[in-house]
Design a protein. Structure first.
Length: 142
């Protein structure tokens, strides 16, 4: 698979930020708090936060009371939104393998395998689109 650890880390970041702000611990969650609490190296956290900010999922504020918070309600942020912020344009399965053998069977085999892998990725994205950060936050408080 081609997806990075950053996608899973980004989900935890968005959940953590949404939860801490919802509980009134912070107006903006400090980056250091995110990095330390979630055990994400600071350079990785900064990159993740940059991707999330560029996608409009979080907003940032500078200064002593700075940090990040969700840019829109948690019910409007899907896991697919987070996925697209981190993995946009990257295929789940590489399908660029070229077979040495040629002919109808190898061509059909490659087409069949590629179709299954494409379908699997589309299914995953469909599932991510159905799950919001609010859904996950609700499960935290049960």
């Amino acid at each position: 698979m081609s997806y990075s650890l950053s996608f899973a880390q980004a989900i935890f970041v968005v959940l953590f930020v949404g939860d801490k702000v919802a509980q009134n611990y912070f107006d903006f969650v400090p980056t250091k708090e995110i990095s330390t609490s979630l055990n994400i190296p600071s350079p990785s956290a900064v990159k993740i936060l940059g991707n999330l900010a560029n996608a409009g999922i979080i907003e940032t504020r500078e200064g002593s009371r700075g940090g990040v918070r969700l840019a829109k309600p948690a019910k409007e942020i899907t896991l697919l939104d987070v996925f697209n912020a981190l993995e946009a344009g990257k295929p789940m399965f590489r399908q660029d393998h070229q077979l040495r053998v040629t002919g109808k069977k190898p061509t059909r085999a490659q087409q069949s395998v590629n179709a299954v892998l494409t379908d699997a990725e589309e299914g995953m994205k469909s599932r991510l689109a159905k799950t919001t950060i609010a859904n996950l936050m609700a499960s935290l408080n049960q």
